[in-house]
Design a protein around this ligand. Structure first.
Ligand code: CO
Length: 139
């Protein structure tokens, strides 16, 4: 599967973006707020994938709760799939647990699911249904 994006939770998305952009020459490709997820998102282009920096808009949001329990850092990885339902069935057959196995529509308007980190080496993993050759970040 192709990597779509790496998501990092941070209390300061713009500051983290400036730092990583300066250190690694990664241009900012998008800066947005997703109200229903309670996050500000800054996306850095890495060529074949995107680094997403998400800053909570308040403490009572998924990323706000994450940062109350964890240090800033890796929040999730996202892989692309051409057929999300087929992959959910395939992974369920392998005993993988899901946060949500019924696809929901993500911020980019594409179907997404999250696998439970207990099944995936401790890392929250998102799948997004998109074309393998799609440019940039899907969500
Ligand atoms: Co994501």
């Amino acid at each position: 599967m192709q990597l779509d994006h790496v998501n990092i939770a941070t209390p300061d998305a713009d500051g983290a973006a400036r730092l990583l952009s300066d250190l690694f020459g990664l241009p900012v490709v998008k800066r947005t707020e997703v109200a229903d997820q309670g996050v500000k998102v800054v996306k850095l282009d890495c060529g074949n994938a995107v680094v997403e920096l998400t800053e909570p808009l308040g403490p009572d949001t998924p990323v706000g709760r994450f940062l109350a329990k964890n240090r800033p850092g890796l929040h999730h990885l996202c892989f692309r799939t051409p057929d999300i339902r087929a992959d959910v069935a395939r992974l369920k057959a392998k005993g993988v647990r899901f946060v949500n196995e019924e696809p929901t529509i993500g911020a980019a308007g594409l179907p997404i699911v999250f696998l439970h980190p207990a099944s995936t080496a401790g890392v929250l993993i998102e799948l997004v249904e998109t074309r393998p050759a799609a440019e940039g970040c899907a969500q």
